[in-house]
Write a protein of this length. Structure first.
Length: 257
């Protein structure tokens, strides 16, 4: 169990380091990529997912997203008993990744006076603040993510004990885990790129509770000058919306299977 926890930490940390890193490069002052735009951000996030899944997928399945974990469990493809430890690893990894981005861009945080831009490096926010609509947008985007994962992914895990390739995590002789194998890394990265380009405009497409909450906590804790509010009033939207979307995707997949 600890092996899978560690690899979820590592995978989610990579996701946040590269994903929030590209946002920092675009929105913070005096960076080489300042004001390079939405296409750069969406491309960066797609590559972040690709690298994270490619590295961690063969060891833990690289869910790197509580919504994916919940969706897989709801569809009967992952053991509910492992959901908690996966989500804990994802939250810790997201927090660590956000701290690493802050360290890499520390001088640029100091050179930026715009508080909301500093929060945007860490967490998402709506273009138009309408919480019911924002929840719906996050649900739709996450539905597309999880539903796509069901049909894209070829599961594969490496057993930490002997290096044997498995089609599922096996504990006490029972197959209990399903996830994103390394061969699925590129198409899943393209899936996230497509979601960002098509559905990311209204809310910044968190589509991942850990991706938003872990860095939001980091934003609240880190000594970032003139950082402003962490916007806790919005923080529930990137949690509730993705969970709703994941459940809907799992239910539809179960009906069609």
């Amino acid at each position: 169990m600890m092996e899978y926890f560690i690899w979820e930490v590592i995978g989610t940390m990579i996701l946040m380091l590269l994903g929030n890193g590209v946002v920092a490069n675009v929105v913070l002052n005096e960076t080489k990529g300042n004001n390079s735009g939405w296409i750069v951000i969406t491309m960066g996030w797609g590559m972040a997912v690709f690298v994270a899944v490619f590295v961690a997928g063969q060891f833990s399945g690289a869910h790197i997203n509580p919504a994916v974990t919940i969706g897989l469990a709801t569809a009967g493809l992952f053991d509910w008993g492992m959901v908690g430890i996966y989500i804990a690893g994802q939250m810790l990894g997201a927090f660590i990744g956000a701290v690493l981005v802050w360290l890499a861009y520390k001088d640029h945080f100091a050179a930026t006076e715009d508080g909301p831009a500093k929060l945007a490096v860490h967490s998402t926010g709506p273009a138009i603040r309408n919480l019911p609509a924002n929840v719906m947008t996050e649900a739709i985007g996450t539905f597309m993510l999880v539903f796509g994962v069901f049909y894209i992914v070829a599961p594969g895990f490496i057993n930490p004990a002997d290096g044997e390739l498995l089609t599922a995590i096996v504990i006490d002789g029972q197959e209990v885990g399903f996830g994103l194998g390394a061969l699925a890394a590129l198409p899943v990265g393209f899936l996230v790129l497509g979601i960002g380009l098509s559905l990311g405009g209204p809310t910044g497409y968190a589509i991942n509770p850990a991706r938003d909450l872990g860095p939001r906590i980091a934003h609240a804790i880190l000594p970032i000058p003139n950082k402003g509010s962490s916007d806790w009033g919005y923080s529930w939207v990137p949690i509730v919306g993705p969970v709703i979307g994941a459940l809907a995707a799992a239910l539809l997949f179960s009906l069609l299977s």
